[in-house]
Design a protein around this ligand. Structure first.
Ligand SMILES: Nc1ncnc2c1ncn2[C@@H]1O[C@H](COP(=O)(O)OP(=O)(O)OP(=O)(O)O)[C@@H](O)[C@H]1O
Length: 800
């Protein structure tokens, strides 16, 4: 990246002035610079908008090539405009001054959300992801590198409201100053802000250990292990933005997939990447990994554990093989005029030949159908032949045939009954016969993953046939009636089945339907592009017009949209958050989507709640990248105040004694409180408690956010006591000041105040014991209250 020496601002003009005057002069200088940077942003927006307007709808050359070029130009300008529009807030947030040589001023750079250059192509603003911006994140008082000073710029709109300096090479810094952590003032100011219900980027205050995660190389598997609130999620999202910036050519084509624990969580994080100017990322959950299936139903812990077990891969394989049958004896098909027959050996041969084809079940089926139809056609011809020959045979029996007829019969005796054309025709005719079709479908049906698993789980005998290696109790846990809704634990199994079954004809038909619907989708997409770019309403760029321009060969969809709709899409990089929850089967589904094994795996083994989740990272990853995954630990907790973290540390010591608790940065807020409330009194007390807590966390900026995290047993009672609160992992949950959640639903989220109801119940219900309680009490950024029935569980003994 090119660099230019930006002359150090003429702050020395204020030499000798009072500190307040010096501050005011510095603010003026920075304001000038920041205004210049915004002016440049405006100019670039206008230019991108101009390009978008100027791309001719149909002119500029005819034919496919010209259309492709127009499409590319529109997409590039739209993307650029999107990025420029997304970075308005806090466009520039930092400045670094390098030490100069021999008393001269060193290079100065301004650091911001994107890179901008002036008319002479000199850098005005350095993208935070660029190498030149790195010292902004890595310099510490004890190892400042070449930095003399780091300055944080706090903007309010486009106005520079405050400046924070850290001076690195000034003689006379005290030992105390040297020990202060990087950007502490800026960081703490950020952390003390009330929660809005949405995660925001932390680009101005990324800490050194997070910076290492964010800038780690693209290749291989990087595990980011860290306790609650250590910024794993936020670092992983910044890493996605960094990788897209650094490897744009590969990743824009292949896409980046972020897998999160549930839809609420995705909603919570969805603004971070667009805020960093990146929109080409697919956010999904394990339950939505398979296009066309949306699994939301809850699964019992026992069934979830069995379905997550690796032995299910073999069970699904056996279930597919179980649908490739031969009749016990000969195959007999009753048609209108005769009973067709294929002997057992021929049926066996047809199945074996189809199986020998290295292809998926639905593809192998075509060969099986072909072979079986052929055998049936031959059988029918033979039967017809016999019928036709009967009068002749009678004549032979009764008195001989004329010599000429005998001659003819001898001549044609060795001729095949049908030539190739006859056979083709006969097979086609048989295939139209519903009886024939039903017989063949009974032996080797065309299957969708949904049909395979729905029929399997509803059929105890089939389960017993394919469940080698599973106990009766485990098979019993899999049984459920047909028509039951899909659960998240089903999705990796459906994905496994999809892999083994291949596309069925209905998928092809669905594709055709999708193609037909594309035109409408294009227009919708175009409208969204225009809206998000703020250019809707320009007379010459209406949505239909833009859709027309983009209609050349397929839909004008972004990489992210195409990838999300394609089960077989191979992503350039995959980020898995709350990765400790993924089962062995879910890992198979994830790995299928990233054959290059370029992954960031983010989680905390101490927070594993799911019965099928990870006990260690090696358990899940060694199978795919033996000894080749690397682990980076985050050790500082930016969320939970020290007093709450002390309690969490006591819980952790019991539930995961081998895990080190993270060090809290925040030392504010009251100690956690315990309130004994008998279940019968919950309806009366809870609303009061909630109201009091909301009053505590309200700030000038608005009301705070509160979560009641309750055990399953108390969930209904809590909901009834708080009728105005949102409940469950719904998208609305994030917009409501009060939300009622289970510990599982609260995973990854945070709130100003948290009320944990029935801690003993939460521990008793958690498949892993106290992990869910650990999750629940570490969601608070300011205040924690524990509401218990009789006595507190031992894990929370210090609250007594
Ligand atoms: N460098 C930072 N600057 C400002 N805020 C930060 C920084 N790092 C983390 N935070 C804030 O700390 C909070 C916790 O971060 P995050 O949710 O990423 O943690 P986590 O490790 O994923 O937690 P959990 O395991 O509990 O889900 C968030 O509000 C995040 O914005």
């Amino acid at each position: 990246m090119g660099s230019r020496q930006v002359k150090s601002a003429p702050e020395n003009s204020s030499a000798g002035a009072s500190p307040a005057d010096a501050r005011a002069a510095a603010l003026r200088t920075e304001q000038e610079r920041v205004s210049g940077i915004y002016a440049r942003l405006d100019a670039e927006r206008a230019a991108a908008e101009g390009t978008l307007r100027a791309v001719p709808a149909t002119g500029g050359g005819r034919g496919f090539q010209a259309m492709v070029e127009r499409q590319a130009a529109v997409e590039e300008s739209a993307r650029r405009l999107s990025r420029l529009n997304a970075v308005e807030r806090a466009l520039c947030f930092g400045r670094i001054d390098h030490r100069g040589e021999a008393g001269a001023a060193g290079d100065t750079f301004y650091v911001g959300r994107i890179g901008l250059r002036d008319d002479d192509r000199e850098p005005l603003l350095i993208d935070w992801r660029a190498a030149a911006a790195r010292p902004f994140y890595t310099a510490t008082p004890s190892s400042p590198g070449t930095l003399a000073r780091r300055r944080h710029l706090h903007l309010s709109g486009r106005t520079v409201a405050r400046i924070d300096d850290e001076v690195f090479d000034l003689e006379g810094l005290t030992e105390e100053d040297r020990r202060t952590i990087v950007g502490e003032a800026a960081l703490l100011a950020t952390l003390r802000r009330g929660r809005t219900g949405r995660m925001t980027d932390v680009v101005a205050t990324i800490q050194q250990e997070q910076d290492e995660v964010i800038r780690a190389g693209l290749h291989g598997v990087l595990v980011v292990q860290g306790g609650p609130g250590t910024g794993k999620t936020v670092a992983a999202l910044h890493r996605a933005a960094f990788l897209l910036y650094t490897h744009r050519d590969v990743l824009e084509r292949r896409g980046v997939l972020v897998v999160g624990p549930n839809a609420t969580f995705l909603r919570y994080i969805e603004q971070v990447l667009p805020g960093l100017g990146e929109t080409d990322v697919v956010l999904t959950t394990v339950g939505e990994l398979l296009p066309g299936v949306r699994a939301t139903a809850a699964e019992g812990p026992r069934a979830a554990a069995v379905k997550g077990d690796l032995r299910m891969a073999e069970l699904v394989r056996a279930a597919v093989a179980d649908r490739q049958r031969v009749p016990r004896g000969d195959l007999e098909v009753e048609t209108d005029d005769m009973v067709l027959r294929v002997d057992h050996e021929t049926c066996l041969r047809a199945r074996d030949r189809a199986r020998a084809l290295r292809a998926a079940h639905n593809v192998q089926r075509r060969l099986f159908v072909h072979e079986t139809l052929e055998a049936l056609a031959v059988n029918r011809a033979e039967q017809y032949d016999r019928i036709a020959d009967e009068p002749l045979e009678r004549m032979i029996r009764e008195g001989g045939v004329p010599a000429w007829l005998q001659e003819l019969m001898d001549e044609t005796a060795d001729e095949p009954l049908m030539d190739a054309e006859d056979l083709k025709y006969a097979k086609a005719e048989l295939w139209r016969d519903p009886d024939v079709r039903a017989a063949i479908d009974g032996l080797w049906p065309e299957l969708t993953p949904q049909r395979l698993l729905e029929e399997l789980f509803a059929d105890p005998l089939a389960l017993a046939r394919v469940g080698d290696g599973l106990t009766d109790e485990e098979l019993g846990a899999l049984y459920r009636p047909a028509g039951s809704p899909w659960t998240v634990a089903d999705v990796p199994l459906l994905d496994e089945a999809a892999e083994l079954l291949g596309e069925d004809d209905s998928a092809e038909r669905a594709r055709e339907r999708a193609l037909a619907a594309e035109r409408a989708a294009e227009e919708r997409y175009a409208r969204e592009v225009l809206m998000s770019n703020g250019v809707e309403g320009l007379p010459e760029i209406d949505a239909a017009h833009l859709a027309d321009r983009q209609h050349y060969d397929g839909p004008p969809r972004t990489t992210a949209q195409r990838a999300a709709a394609d089960r077989e899409w191979a992503y350039g990089h995959v980020i898995v958050d709350e990765a400790q929850e993924l089962s062995e089967m879910a890992w198979r589904a994830v790995m299928r989507r990233v054959p290059t094994r370029s992954l960031t795996v983010v989680g905390d083994i101490a927070q594993t709640g799911s019965a099928a989740g990870a006990h260690s990272w090696g358990q899940m990853l060694d199978r795919y990248v033996p000894g080749r995954w690397r682990e980076q630990r985050l050790m500082v907790n930016y969320r939970t105040p020290a007093a709450i973290m002390r309690l969490a540390t006591e819980v952790l010591a019991v539930v995961a004694p081998d895990q080190t608790p993270p060090e809290p940065v925040r030392d504010d807020g009251p100690p956690p409180a315990a309130v004994g409330v008998p279940p019968a009194a919950l309806a009366g007390r809870l609303p009061e408690l909630v109201a009091a807590e909301l009053a505590e966390v309200a700030t000038d900026a608005g009301e705070g956010r509160l979560a009641v995290i309750a055990s399953g047993a108390r969930h209904a009672a809590v909901r009834a006591a708080l009728p105005d609160a949102e409940a469950g992992a719904t998208p609305e949950a994030l917009d409501s000041p009060v939300v009622v959640l289970t510990a599982e639903e609260a995973k990854g989220l945070e709130f100003d105040s948290v009320i944990v109801v029935d801690p003993a119940g939460i521990v008793a219900e958690s498949p892993r014991g106290g992990q869910d309680l650990y999750v629940a009490i570490t969601r608070a950024t300011r205040r924690l209250t524990v509401v218990h029935d009789d006595d507190l569980p031992d894990l929370l003994a210090s609250l007594r």
